[in-house]
Write a protein that binds this ligand. Sequence first.
Ligand SMILES: [Mg+2]
Length: 182
Amino acid sequence: MSKGWIGVDLDGTLAHYDGWKGPAHIGPAIPAMLNRVRQWISDGKVVKIFTARANIPIAIPYIKSWLQENGLPDLEITATKDLKMIELWDDRCVQVEKNTGEPTVEQISALIIEEYEVMQKEKRRSKETEDFLSASFREQAGSNAHLDESEGELQEDALRDVEQLLECARREPGRWKNQDHE
Ligand SMILES: [Mg+2]
């Protein structure tokens, strides 16, 4: 049996993406992902560029040039899955636990951290609530300090918030995705 292949998305995964600017524009390579792909190739793994751009014939030569400019071989470019695709690396994927329909624990954690960061950035919550949310995360990590009674009550609220985030992540994984889909 021949070995499988790893699908790597282009925009937002292997190449920096900040909005569609036509088939001729592909953003600069993202170093961490580029190095990972190079390592896979030198390990003899089969990598394919998995991108919706593959549906636009005129886009293909631009992708081929981009690969060459970034020191990558002439990788296959496709937008089609087949039975030999063993992994897909993509900034829009939400990973689910096989046969359950539920996001994986790792996925839920990532979604919660992402949401928490958004909450902090947008300052949707008061500084105080943020502090107690942080405290609840520290407690989960087993390193929280002793709390007096009133702090304990407030921390319960924060833990409830975390529970709600978890519940939302389980029910509506799509809601937790990037908002800037074209
Ligand atoms: Mg993408």
